[in-house]
Ligand binder design. Structure first.
Ligand code: ADP
Ligand code: MG
Ligand code: MG
Length: 883
C-alpha cells in the first residue's frame, strides 16, 4: 500500500486533485513541484495513515517505516544531504495539513534533525555559527512546545532575560555565544518540565513530530472546530515532511507571504509581506515589523526599509513569474509562502486565497476578461449570501468603536442615529431631518411607520425571524435583534446596556451585519455598486431559468427592487398600506362598524387610497407582473392595545371608548396565527374583498392608460385550505372585475390565484388548481403550520435546538426541504397534473435564501420572490442553481 507520496526535484507522486489523501498543503506542494516550481523536496504521509493510527490503538501500518526511509533517500539524492549524517546533515520541517486548513492542528516544527553534533556541521557548512545556533535553539523551542508540551512562555522568558542581560532588543542582536547559553537553558527547561530529555536522535525527533501531528487531530480545539464546520472526524490529517530551506541565513536570505491579488480590493497587484534574515513563523508572530513586497506598496505605506523588489530584485522577478504561473495554472487568486535562502528562491505553499466579497467580484470579473475562467465559473465562485454586504453602508474597518451590547445580525448594514423609543418619536425625528434608531423590546405591525422612519432598528427580544428582523430585512433597514443585555424602561425613557446608561436622544450606532451596538457615531463606508457587480448580474440573468420578483408594497421598496433587477412583484401585502397616515382611522371605523351600511361607508373612504397605492405600484412595475394579496392578518391587529391608546383612538374615530374595548375583546384570539385571518376574513366580510378587488382593477385601468403598457394584475387569496374557500372568494373577485370592465369599457387581463401555505392546501392542490390560475408558496406560514411552530415564539427554543443539534438549521431561514419542501413538491406535481402551464412561485422569506432557491429550481418553480435587497442574491443563486 502506498502510505507515502514524494515530491520535489521537478516531479511528484501526487497532484492537486489528491487533496483528500494528501491534504491541501501536500497536494499543492506536489502540484507546484510537477509544474516545475522550486519546491524543497519532501514527502507526504497520507491521511489514511492517520485513519489507521486511530483505528489501531495509535500504531502505524506495516511498511510505513520502509516507505519513509525510501522517501528520505530520495530527498537525500536531490539535496545531496543525508538525514542523521553528522558531517552533511539533512534538516527537515514537519507540517500538518488536512484537506481544509484547520486552526487547532499542530504547529509546524522547523530545523528538525539538529542536535549537539549536527549543529556544529551546520555551522561549518554555512560558515555561520550564529545562524546554526539560532536554528538549533528555534528547533528545541518548537519541539519542546509542540511535541513535548512544554509551555512556550518559559522559553520566551529565558530569551527575554538573555536579551536584557546583554542590553539588546532584537533577537538578531544576540551572538552565537548567547545562543549557546540559551540552548543549554532550553534543554534544562525541557528536562525539568517534561521529565524527559530533549531527544538527540534525529529519527526519534522525526517520529516524535509525526506522531504529534496525528495526535493533534484529536485535541479538543480541533474537535470543536470540526463540529462547528461539520467536518467529519474520518477525514484525518496528512503530515508533510520537507527539506529545510533557510530564510535566516543572513542578509541575502528572507521569508514571506503573498497574495497574487489584493485580497481586500481585488486589485491585480502582488500583495504581501516579508522579512530579511528570518524564518517562516517570524512574519506572522510580529517579532519584527514585516516589509511590503513591492516598491509601490512600500512607497504608499511610507516606510523606508526596502521592499523585496528593491532588496532582492532577481528573487522578486522570479517570484512574480511564479505568481503568474500559479494563477494561470489554478485559475484562481493564490495565497503563497516563500523563502529565499542565500539568494535562491523556494516556494513553500500555495492555496486559493481568502478574500472579501468586493475582491471576489473584481477578481472573478477580471479573470473572465483575462481569459483565465469562463463566466459560468465566475458565477459559481461567488457566494450569493455575501452580496448583501455590497448593498449597505458598513462600519469602516479602521473605525474605533465602543461596543455596549450585542444581538443577532438581523438585517445587514450599519446605521447611526439618536435613540427613539416609540414609532411616533421616530416619525417626528425623521420629519425634522434627524437620523434615529428605533429601540424597542420588540416590534409589532403598528410600528411599521416608525420602522420606515428610522435609520436602524434595535430590539431587546426576538430572533432572526422576529417581526423586527423580517420587516427590517424587507425594507433593507439595518437591524440588530435580541440584544438581551438591553433593559428598556419606556416610562422613564432610560435604557441600560450593562453598565452603560442611555436615554432617548443619545446617539448610538448599530451594525446589522455583526450584531454589535456601539456608543456614539462610528465612521462608515457607503456602498458603491461597481461595474463588476453589474457584469456579474448580467451573466446571472443570462444563465438563470427562474424569474426573480420582489415582495413590496411601498413605492420606495418597489423602486429599490427595480433598481436591483426585480422582474415584478410576487407579493404585495395590502395590510401594510392600512397603517399609512389617516387610513388607519378608516380601517378602524370599518372594523367597528355595526352594520354593513356603516362598514361600506368606511370602505368607500379606503377605496381611493388603495387604488392610488396600486396605481403607483403598477406604474413603477410598468407592465411587469404584480401579485396583490387580499387582506391577510386578523382584524384585531389594527386595533389599539393599551388602555391609554383606547381612549385616544376612540376619540379619533368618534366612538365610545367602552365600545372600542368591547369590540377589541370580541376580536381577541388565543391563537391569531391560526385564527380569523386570510380568506376567512374575505368570506365573513366579502365587502372588504370587493373593495380591494375594485381598487386593484380600477388602478389597473388607470395605470394602463397612464403608462401605455398593459397591466395584468394577479389577485391572490391567502390562507386557503379548501377549493370551496377559493371558489367563494374568486366569485366575488370575478364579479367586481366584470363590473369594472363593463363600467370602463375595457378588458383587463387578470388572474386569480392562491397562496399555498397550509398543509391541506398542498395536499389538495389538485382540487384547488381547478380554480386557481397560479400558486404562490407562502413558505413562512407553510413552515409554521407544517412544524406546528409559531415563528414569533420559536426564538425561545430554536436556539437551544440548534445548539444541541436537535435541529440543524432554522427552518424559517432555510427551507426544510425534507418536510415543508416535500409538501411544496407534492403541490406543484398535483397542480401541474391539472393545469400544465400554471405559474408557480415562492414568496416566503425563503425566496431570498440561496439554498432554498436551489430547491425551487429542482422542483421547477417559475419564479422566486424576495425582499428588495435580496433580489441580487436571488439572481445569482438562481443562476448557480441553473448551472
Ligand atoms: P501553517 O499551516 O501554520 O502556515 P506551515 O506548515 O505552512 O504552517 O509552516 C509554518 C511556517 O514555516 C511557514 O512560514 C512556512 O513557510 C515555514 N516552513 C515550513 N516548511 C518549511 C521548510 N521546509 N523550509 C523553510 N520554512 C518552512
Ligand atoms: Mg502555511
Ligand atoms: Mg401567510
Amino acid at each position: 500500500h502506498h502510505w507515502v507520496y514524494s515530491f520535489g526535484g521537478g516531479g511528484a507522486d501526487g497532484d492537486a486533485t489528491m487533496r483528500n489523501l494528501l491534504g491541501g498543503k501536500g497536494a499543492n506542494l506536489a502540484e507546484m513541484s510537477r509544474i516545475g516550481l522550486p519546491v524543497p523536496p519532501g514527502f507526504t504521509i497520507t491521511t489514511e495513515v492517520c485513519t489507521h493510527f486511530y483505528a489501531h490503538e495509535r500504531t502505524y501500518p506495516d511498511g510505513l517505516t520502509e516507505q519513509i526511509d525510501n522517501a528520505l533517500a530520495k530527498v537525500a539524492a536531490i539535496t545531496g544531504k543525508t538525514f542523521g549524517s553528522t558531517d552533511n546533515p539533512l534538516l527537515l520541517s514537519v507540517r500538518s495539513g488536512a484537506r481544509v486548513s484547520m486552526p487547532g492542528m499542530m504547529d509546524t516544527v522547523l530545523n528538525l534533525g539538529l542536535n549537539d553534533v549536527t549543529v556544529e556541521a551546520l555551522a561549518r557548512l554555512s560558515g555561520d555559527e550564529r545562524f546554526a545556533c539560532d536554528s538549533y535553539r528555534r528547533f528545541i523551542q518548537m519541539y519542546g512546545d509542540v511535541v513535548m508540551g512544554v509551555d512556550h512562555e518559559l522559553f520566551e522568558d529565558a530569551l527575554g532575560a538573555a536579551k536584557d542581560k546583554r542590553g539588546v532588543e532584537l533577537d538578531t542582536d544576540l551572538t552565537a555565544e548567547d545562543w549557546r547559553g540559551l540552548i543549554a537553558q532550553f534543554k534544562a527547561i525541557i528536562e525539568e518540565e517534561a521529565g524527559e530529555a530533549f531527544p538527540q536522535d534525529p529519527f526519534d525527533q522525526l517520529y516524535g513530530s509525526v506522531g504529534a501531528v496525528f495526535k493533534s487531530w484529536m485535541v479538543p480545539r480541533a474537535i470543536t472546530y470540526r463540529m462547528l464546520h461539520d467536518y467529519p472526524e474520518t477525514w484525518g490529517t496528512a503530515v508533510n515532511v520537507q527539506a529545510m530551506v533557510f530564510g535566516n541565513m543572513g542578509e541575502r536570505s528572507a521569508t514571506g507571504v503573498a497574495f497574487t491579488r489584493n485580497p481586500s480590493t481585488g486589485e491585480k497587484s502582488l500583495y504581501g509581506e516579508y522579512l530579511i534574515n528570518a524564518q517562516g513563523e517570524d512574519v506572522v508572530a510580529g517579532i519584527r515589523t514585516p516589509q511590503p513586497l513591492t516598491r509601490k506598496a512600500r512607497e504608499e505605506a511610507g516606510v523606508s526599509s526596502p521592499s523585496l523588489e528593491e532588496a532582492m530584485p532577481a528573487a522578486f522577478d522570479e517570484f512574480t513569474k511564479y505568481c503568474d504561473a500559479l494563477e494561470a495554472h489554478y485559475h484562481d487568486m493564490q495565497d503563497m509562502e516563500f523563502t529565499v535562502e542565500d539568494g535562491t528562491l523556494w516556494m513553500l505553499q500555495t492555496r486559493s486565497g481568502k478574500r472579501t466579497t468586493k475582491a471576489a467580484m473584481k477578481i472573478a470579473v477580471d479573470m473572465v476578461s483575462e481569459g483565465l475562467i469562463t463566466s459560468d465559473e465566475a458565477l459559481m465562485r461567488l457566494d450569493p449570501a455575501a452580496i448583501d454586504q455590497l448593498l449597505h453602508p458598513t462600519i469602516d474597518e479602521n473605525a474605533e468603536r465602543q461596543i455596549i451590547a450585542r444581538g443577532l445580525p438581523a438585517s445587514p448594514g450599519a446605521a447611526t442615529g439618536e435613540i427613539v423609543l416609540t414609532s411616533a418619536a421616530a416619525e417626528e425625528a425623521a420629519a425634522a431631518g434627524r437620523d434615529c434608531i428605533l429601540v424597542r423590546v420588540e416590534t409589532s405591525p403598528e410600528d411599521i411607520h416608525g420602522m420606515h422612519a428610522a435609520k436602524g432598528i434595535l430590539t431587546a427580544r426576538g430572533g432572526m425571524t422576529s417581526h423586527a428582523a423580517v420587516v427590517a430585512r424587507g425594507m433593507g433597514t439595518p437591524c440588530v435583534s435580541g440584544a438581551g443585555a438591553l433593559r428598556i424602561n419606556n416610562d422613564t425613557g432610560m435604557i441600560a446596556a450593562g453598565p452603560t446608561k442611555l436615554k432617548a436622544g443619545d446617539v448610538i450606532t448599530i451594525d446589522g451585519a455583526s450584531g454589535e451596538v456601539m456608543l456614539g457615531a462610528v465612521t462608515m463606508q457607503e456602498p458603491e455598486l461597481t461595474g463588476e457587480f453589474s457584469a456579474v448580474m448580467e451573466w446571472a440573468d443570462a444563465t438563470r431559468r427562474m424569474t426573480v420578483r420582489t415582495n413590496a408594497e411601498t413605492p420606495a421598496d418597489a423602486e429599490t427592487a427595480r433598481k436591483y433587477g426585480a422582474e415584478g412583484i410576487g407579493l404585495c401585502r395590502t395590510e401594510h398600506m392600512f397603517f399609512d397616515g389617516d387610513r388607519i382611522v378608516s380601517v378602524r371605523q370599518m372594523i367597528l362598524a355595526d352594520d354593513p351600511a356603516d362598514r361600506q361607508k368606511a370602505l368607500d373612504k379606503l377605496l381611493p387610497m388603495q387604488r392610488g397605492d396600486f396605481k403607483q405600484l403598477f406604474e413603477i412595475m410598468a407592465g411587469l407582473p404584480v401579485t396583490i394579496r387580499l387582506l391577510d392578518p386578523p382584524l384585531h391587529e389594527f386595533l389599539p392595545r393599551t388602555d391609554e391608546e383606547m381612549e385616544a383612538v376612540a376619540a379619533d374615530i368618534g366612538v365610545d371608548a367602552d365600545l372600542l374595548r368591547e369590540r377589541t375583546q370580541e376580536l381577541h384570539e388565543f391563537n391569531p396565527m391560526l385564527g380569523h385571518r386570510g380568506c376567512r376574513l374575505a368570506i365573513s366580510y366579502p365587502e372588504i374583498a370587493r373593495m380591494q378587488a375594485r381598487a386593484i382593477f380600477e388602478a389597473a385601468v388607470e395605470a394602463g392608460n397612464a403608462t401605455g403598457s398593459l397591466v395584468e394584475p394577479e389577485v391572490m387569496v391567502p390562507l386557503v385550505a379548501t377549493k370551496a374557500e377559493l371558489d367563494f372568494v374568486k366569485k366575488e373577485i370575478v364579479a367586481v372585475a366584470d363590473a369594472v370592465m363593463a363600467e370602463k369599457g375595457v378588458t383587463i387581463p387578470y388572474t386569480v390565484g392562491t397562496m399555498i401555505e397550509l398543509p391541506r392546501a398542498a395536499l389538495r392542490a389538485g382540487d384547488i388548481a381547478q380554480s386557481a390560475q397560479f400558486f404562490s408558496f407562502g413558505t413562512n406560514d407553510l413552515t409554521q403550520t407544517t412544524f406546528g411552530i409559531s415563528r414569533d415564539d420559536a426564538g425561545q427554543f430554536l436556539g437551544t435546538y440548534e445548539r444541541l443539534g436537535v435541529m440543524e438549521k432554522d427552518p424559517f431561514v432555510t427551507l426544510d426541504q425534507d418536510g415543508v419542501g416535500e409538501l411544496v413538491k407534492i403541490a406543484t406535481e398535483r397542480g401541474k397534473a391539472v393545469s400544465v402551464d400554471m405559474k408557480m412561485g415562492i414568496c416566503g422569506e425563503h425566496g431570498g435564501d440561496p439554498a432554498s432557491i436551489g430547491f425551487c429550481e429542482t422542483i421547477g418553480l417559475d419564479y422566486v420572490s424576495c425582499s428588495p435587497f435580496r433580489v441580487p442574491i436571488a439572481r445569482l443563486a438562481a443562476a448557480q442553481a441553473a448551472l
